[in-house]
Design a protein around this ligand. Structure first.
Ligand SMILES: [Zn+2]
Ligand SMILES: [Zn+2]
Length: 247
């Protein structure tokens, strides 16, 4: 594991290059990872004035109230943008899975401060799987790199081989229509023998690095629910902000 990512020795913060001991320095975390009120369905940031005291524990945007996603709750730590896009890109495409050691920190912090108390509910963690061929090419699944570290920090088991993905969905980003995206994803995920034997009744956290439309993660969540999971939480490091109307 790279000394840069462990945070045990002084090293330049990968964002501001100031020397620090914690991987990402505290001023950068305060500046770029400040907690935000987010929809507990889709993870999008909500306008602060949209929150009332009664709804503050598990606020949902208008779209998620109208069409609830198949999750118990979603938690997103960050907006996908500067500087996280570069760091996540290095973890994902730069052949640097050890970057997960550094990127897991803001996600862990958000989970520990989650108003929905999802960390208490969750019994086990599963990464959103990559298509096998893609995982083999890359040599690792970045969501697993996050999930296993979260599991260790939260003292919960994480399983890389319960939820599987059996085909790629290359065309997903070309489909603008949500119904077409959903149809394209149908049947993409399946459970391994261990997964289908042990999942029933469990409260699960599904871990992903980036959530764009949510279609892929929601399809994975649907698969887990259909297999009998009692709760499916979605924990994502970074959510793509969209121009969706804020409620
Ligand atoms: Zn910094
Ligand atoms: Zn929402």
């Amino acid at each position: 594991m790279s000394w840069l990512a462990t945070g045990r020795w002084p090293a330049p913060c990968p964002i501001c290059r100031q020397w620090t001991r914690g991987g990402l320095c505290s001023p950068c975390l305060q500046r770029f990872a400040a907690p935000q009120s987010r929809c507990t369905g889709c993870g999008l940031a909500l306008a602060a004035d949209a929150l009332t005291a009664a709804r503050a524990q598990a606020p949902r945007c208008g779209r998620c109230i109208e069409d609830p996603p198949p999750v118990t709750g979603t938690l997103a730590a960050l907006d996908y943008g500067f500087p996280w896009d570069g760091l996540i890109g290095a973890m994902k495409f730069g052949g640097r899975p050890e970057m997960a050691g550094l990127l897991v920190k803001p996600l862990l912090e958000a989970i520990q401060q989650d108003q929905q108390h999802s960390a208490k509910a969750v019994e086990l963690l599963l990464p959103v799987p990559l298509f096998e061929k893609r995982a083999q090419q890359r040599g690792y699944n970045q969501s697993w790199e996050l999930a296993r570290r979260l599991g260790k920090a939260l003292d919960r088991p994480a399983h890389a081989d319960w939820l599987l993905r059996w085909r790629a969905t290359e065309t997903q980003s070309l489909l603008a229509d949500p119904a077409a995206r959903r149809a394209n994803l149908r049947g993409v995920f399946l459970l391994s023998t261990a997964g289908s034997r042990l999942l029933a009744g469990k409260r699960v956290a599904l871990v992903d690095d980036v959530m764009t439309t949510g279609a892929t993660a929601f399809e994975a969540a649907r698969t887990l629910q259909q297999a009998g999971a009692a709760q499916v939480w979605l924990w994502v490091l970074a959510r793509t902000p969209t121009a969706a109307p804020k409620d």
